[in-house]
Design a binder for this molecule. Structure first.
Ligand code: 2BA
Length: 95
């Protein structure tokens, strides 16, 4: 089993959650803040089987967009589409 952690832009979070749930993924949406821009973004946690990882990444790829955003002192920066971590899960329980 794996835990996929995806940091996405707030504008993409709603449509992404909808797409994930429509495809049968369990997902949790957390409010987060980027360290560089210090602006709100969204972190989505998805617990899934190893064989589902590519399908979830594809969902993210199809939903999330690159955008340019103003950064204090650094002009514009290109943000997104998503920053994705895939972690091995040693134990998963729903009680
Ligand atoms: P932020 O840290 O607010 O970064 C927003 C965007 O600013 C980044 O987009 C990148 O284009 C730019 N940026 C970040 N650090 C920079 C630096 N030192 N110099 C110049 N430009 C810089 P993304 O790379 O797409 O990242 C989007 C968000 O994903 C980040 O927001 C952060 O919340 C998360 N993230 C990115 N890399 C991460 C990492 N290694 N670990 C944890 N979270 C990460």
């Amino acid at each position: 089993m794996k835990l996929l952690i995806a940091v996405v832009q707030d504008q993409d979070a709603g449509p992404l959650m909808q797409r994930l749930v429509d495809q049968g993924f369990g997902a949790t949406k957390l409010a987060s803040t980027g360290g560089f821009l210090r602006q709100g973004n969204t972190t989505i946690l998805i617990g899934l089987e190893d064989a589902q990882v590519d399908a979830a990444v594809e969902c993210i790829r199809r939903t999330c967009r690159h955008r340019r955003q103003a950064a204090a002192g650094a002009g514009d920066v290109e943000v997104g589409a998503a920053t994705i971590f895939v972690l091995r899960v040693d134990r998963f329980e729903r009680i």
